[in-house]
Design a protein. Structure first.
Length: 424
């Protein structure tokens, strides 16, 4: 019980009161929701949300909260849908230069692996990061965060991976830290030292693995929360991936893994064996891989726009994962090569179209489950007292429109840490 609810005295002060909510839709709880629970979203009309500091004080009927609280600021949702701040659990936002030429090549029929083998793909982004100083990379990242915020995303997982030297990967982590300090969007840093084999180590992947294990991970441990690897036969196979992840875990980094995206290599089983926090992509995961993930409680982070962007026909078997009790998150995988999109609203719609997710399932996957995959489920991802006051005010009439409408941002305003951080 909050102090303001204990007596009938004067209204308690609060910084912000959100009123005029047509529908409030939110999952509940501190942990990931899988199986049938994925679609358990509370929907209520006529609610209000009181915020103070960076926390939610109370959620309840608007007349009740108006009587209980004297707000410094009142934000009118004008009858729109209010949802938790969106959480993007897989992005690659630290880069200079875009790769629209590769997009045109894929439209013409070339595959992702063919383009990479010709010097494109991840390696084509190395020049920009290696040639830029920290200030230039921060200057490029901040406008991207503006766009994330305007699209309702209040927390992102941010990967490095386009430097692929020890110095440049650490520079990328410093860029993430500086942007996090200067922008409303929260960034959770992942060191993706296992993104590709640097050109200097062509044909010597295992030598780069040892550099990462012995030099990069120890230096990155104080700057990042997670380590990551791209587990595919053309980059890092199972043995090299195991070495990378075990050595990262040894220095205190938690594990995220790109697995079974392009082939059924068995990366999901490896992620389960290692106890990774998340296994990402999974377009080619096998039933055995799904069972392994379920047995160890590893969360899938699914990127439904990526196969579309790459011209691939294979979809992640998301419904089979849910049926196995897994708790998927949805993400953009925003990056310059295989998905130049920052909108989780688009992703939720494609999660419905490609995976058969209901609107409620998609909302949970893009909020609470995504937050839980980052170890933040007790702090954000739902609209509940005590949680971080991250809210998205939309012009939608109900949560069903989250997946029904495609191609337009419905965001009217974004509340981040209890303050109105963006208005449309």
């Amino acid at each position: 019980m909050t102090p303001s609810s204990q007596g009938s005295g004067a209204p308690a002060p609060c910084a912000l009161l959100v009123v005029g909510i047509g529908e409030l839709a939110t999952p509940r709880g501190d942990g990931p929701l899988g199986g049938a629970a994925l679609g358990r979203v509370d929907r209520a009309r006529g609610q209000a949300v009181a915020c103070d500091g960076d926390r939610i004080l109370a959620v309840g009927p608007e007349p009740e909260l108006r009587a209980r609280f004297a707000a410094n600021e009142v934000l009118d949702a004008s009858g729109g849908l209010v949802i938790p701040g969106l959480v993007d659990a897989h992005t690659h936002p630290v880069f200079l230069g875009t790769r629209e030429g590769e997009f045109e090549q894929r439209i013409a029929g070339r595959s992702y692996v063919e383009i990479a083998a010709a010097g494109g793909g991840i390696r084509s982004s190395l020049r920009g990061v290696r040639g830029a100083d920290e200030a230039a990379l921060v200057a490029a990242l901040l406008p991207r965060l503006d766009r994330f915020l305007a699209l309702g995303t209040t927390t992102i997982e941010a990967k490095t991976g386009y430097g692929l030297t020890v110095a440049d990967e650490l520079k990328g982590l410093d860029v993430i830290a500086k942007a996090d300090r200067h922008h409303a969007v929260d960034l959770v840093a992942t060191c993706l030292g296992g993104h590709d084999v640097p050109p200097e180590f062509e044909g010597r992947a295992s030598d780069w693995v040892e550099v990462v294990a012995k030099e990069l991970w120890p230096a990155a441990a104080s700057k990042a929360t997670f380590a990551d690897v791209f587990t595919e036969s053309h980059v890092f196979g199972l043995d090299d991936s195991r070495r990378l992840m075990e050595s990262a875990r040894d220095v205190g980094l938690e594990l995220r893994m790109h697995v079974d995206q392009l082939t059924a290599l068995g990366g999901a089983q490896l992620a389960a064996e290692l106890g990774a926090r998340s296994a990402d992509h999974l377009e080619h995961v096998t039933p055995e891989g799904i069972r392994a993930l379920a047995e160890r409680g590893v969360q899938p982070v699914l990127c439904p726009l990526v196969p579309l962007y790459l011209g691939e026909s294979q979809e992640a078997p998301a419904r089979a994962m849910v049926d196995a009790g897994l708790a998927p998150a949805l993400s953009t995988d925003f990056n310059p090569g295989s998905c130049y999109c920052m909108s989780l609203f688009e992703v939720m719609s494609w999660g419905a179209l490609r995976y058969g997710f209901s609107a409620d399932e998609a909302l949970t996957a893009a909020t609470l489950n995504a937050a839980a995959s980052l170890g933040l489920g007790s702090d954000r991802g739902s609209i509940e007292p005590g949680k971080r006051a991250d809210l998205v005010i939309t012009d939608l009439t109900s949560a069903a429109h989250l997946t029904y409408e495609l191609g337009r941002s419905p965001v009217r305003a974004v509340v981040k840490d209890g303050r109105v951080a963006w208005r449309g």
